[in-house]
Design a protein around this ligand. Structure first.
Ligand code: ADP
Ligand code: MG
Length: 330
């Protein structure tokens, strides 16, 4: 069974950044207002996510580590995803690929559970003020083939930074800190975004200014459109702010960061009259709809989406962006 767990785990956890994504999503689901991510050696030796969320009661710690145990759905409605995680796969997978420790406080008591390989240590009392600390050390230590597949520390560090920034865009009211602890100790802060305040658009604008730079924020048009129960919100930059690559394109479906060819194609199409082929629009787009109209879980480790009616999503992006550009005089 341990081997099967490890194979299944590899599907969910491809590299340190996918572990970070799962852990940060759990912290968001737990209602955290501040989330800190610490890594060492690109996340290969250490990944630690600390949150101030609701915590896990001591007697539920073993359950959180068992496959398909989730507190987020009742099982009858797998498509009705209102929170990020919904498969109960992440923690058991992480426990199968590395040395995992969860310390959490719910109510007056804090407790810790540790797992490595197939061995789960009993729950022990611990000291913690609030929230949850999940620490994953030595990812893939038991599967050298997977370890070899990882890229350089530098590339993995970059991938972790990218994941944290995407999630920070999606959650402007939550504070995020990313720390690099390579070499030990407290490490150094490599990214920091304090919780934004105000209304959603104001908060998003502040967060985008923080992550993409004041330059983006100053050139960004506010987007708000709706069609057939699908809403589009976000900011798209003026054509004059186009980039030489597609690095400044961020898409979210129902709050989840996605990379989707169809949606990226729609973004490109909206700007086709204004940009030459070698220029790429910059935009941060949030699409929201009834969870039944979209499957964001085509593959756990990939960020694909499948719309029930892709034409509506595409049309909304193209018309929403063209409308905003026209209002800005294009
Ligand atoms: P899922 O997120 O799909 O439910 P996970 O394996 O990621 O599955 O987590 C299992 C369960 O552990 C969650 O349903 C939740 O109850 C609990 N949990 C995990 N991380 C946290 C956290 N940071 N704070 C509070 N509870 C958590
Ligand atoms: Mg989860």
């Amino acid at each position: 069974e341990a081997a099967i767990n490890r194979i299944a785990a590899g599907e969910v956890v491809e590299r340190p950044s996918s572990a970070v994504k799962e852990l940060v999503e759990n912290a968001i689901d737990a209602g955290a207002t501040r989330i800190e991510v610490a890594i060492a050696c690109g996340g290969k030796t250490l990944i630690r996510v600390t949150d101030d969320g609701c915590g896990i009661p001591a007697d539920e710690l073993p359950l959180a580590l068992s496959r398909h145990a989730t507190s987020k759905i009742d099982g009858s409605d797998l498509l009705n995803i209102h929170s990020f995680g919904f498969r109960g796969e992440a923690l058991p997978s992480l426990g199968a690929v590395g040395r995992l420790t969860i310390t959490s406080r719910s109510g007056a008591e804090a407790a810790r559970i540790a797992v490595s390989g197939s061995r789960i240590d009993p729950v022990k009392p611990a000291a913690l003020n609030a929230g949850t600390v999940v620490e994953l050390r030595d990812i893939f230590y038991a599967t050298p083939a997977r370890l070899k597949f990882l890229r350089s520390d530098r590339a993995e560090t970059q991938a972790v930074g990218d994941v944290v920034k995407r999630l920070a865009m999606a959650e402007p009211f939550i504070g995020f800190t990313l720390r690099d602890c390579t070499g030990g100790g407290e490490g150094r802060v490599t990214f920091r975004a304090d919780p934004e305040t105000g209304d959603l658009f104001g908060a998003l604008h502040g967060r985008l200014s923080r992550i993409l730079g004041a330059d983006f924020a100053e050139n960004a048009l506010r987007l708000e459109a709706e069609r057939n129960g699908l809403t589009l919100a976000g900011y798209a930059a003026l054509p004059t702010y186009s980039r030489g690559s597609s690095t400044h394109q961020y898409l979210f479906v129902n709050g989840r960061p996605v990379r989707d060819k169809m949606l990226l194609g729609a973004l490109r199409a909206a700007y086709s009259d204004f940009l030459s082929r070698d220029r790429h629009p910059a935009a941060v787009l949030f699409l929201d709809c009834d969870p039944h109209l979209v499957d964001v879980n085509v593959h756990p480790a990939k960020a694909e989406v499948r719309f029930r009616e892709p034409g509506i999503a595409r049309g909304l992006i193209v018309s929403g962006l063209r409308h905003a550009l026209a209002e800005a005089g294009h």
